[in-house]
Design a protein around this ligand. Sequence first.
Ligand code: MUC
Ligand code: MG
Length: 367
Amino acid sequence: MKITKIEAIPFSIPYRKPLRFASGEVLAAEHVLVRVHTDDGLVGTAEAPPRPFTYGETQASIIAVIDGIFAPQIVGSSPLERESIHTRLNRTVANPTAKSAIDMAMWDLIGQSVGLPVTELLGGHGNRMRVSHMVGFAEPSEMVAEAGRVRELYGITTFKVKVGRRPIDLDVAACRALREALGDGIELYIDGNRGWSAADSARALRAMADLDLQFAEELCPADDVLGRRWLVAQSSIPMFADESVTRPGEVTRELLDGAATGISIKTARTGFTYSQRVLFQCEGLGVDVVMGNQIDGQIGSLCSLAFGAAFELTSRRAGELSNFLDMTDDLLTEPLQIRHGSLRVREAPGLGIDIDEDKLTHYRQDN
Ligand code: MUC
Ligand code: MG
């Protein structure tokens, strides 16, 4: 099996409502569909979500790096040569979601070629994950209404609340309102997207000490090296790193620095190959993980689910797998269905991604 062609197709699907958070906002899913074709007629599929505020990538840069650098480096290789392919891709620094989409599409091909779901190839721990829903910036009453609706419709009982950048009192009020309205039966945690200083973070955590938060994510920038170490040392809840850990070396640095005590794993930025390395590193060190969301569509969510369900450690916490609910439509022939707060892995070989070609024609931006 040899790779014959890689397609990088821009598409745009509107959101029902914007998702706002401390480092940016998303109004439409302007992603890149990546298709890796082989000489035996198989097609591996994944999507790359450009997040300029997190990785510096744009839709145009993802297409340019795939078409101009990555495709010429790997066309003619077998998808099984993953290590050698990654050595070639890694000659170009950064570009995490472009590299990861290629990586996951290759795993999709490997699964299809041997007739097994990627989850089984990766680890085969289970076939489902509990879902955590991300609640973006809004007035506290709107955030409560959204969480209540999501619990009612999908049975989701874990919520990640976006905080940071706006007045601390407003964030504290939102978290308090969620706890009071939805009760002790829900799990709550917060994500600051680097929006506070270390001192603000400490103040906010003190103000929320009675809200039984599960953990806090990326409250202040990792570049505030001593501030973050100071914050983590005094926190009574786990402090997770997200955008500061885009590759295994950064995970090592954050953990050894005392700058984080948990790690968000996002397949959108470390694919399956490097997400495994991040996971095994955390497991070896006794560090907690969560499956994060790069504001993925259904294709990206299927990828996170395939990875998260494959291992015991990633299945412990609810995975952030519901951002696609904010989208007006998607590209799969068979949409993802969250039931009783969980998503089930597809049983088809590979990732089970079947693209609706009419929808792709409608939403693609290059025709
Ligand atoms: C998250 O967990 O931070 C927002 C910015 C980003 O990089 O990912 C999203 C969600
Ligand atoms: Mg985050």
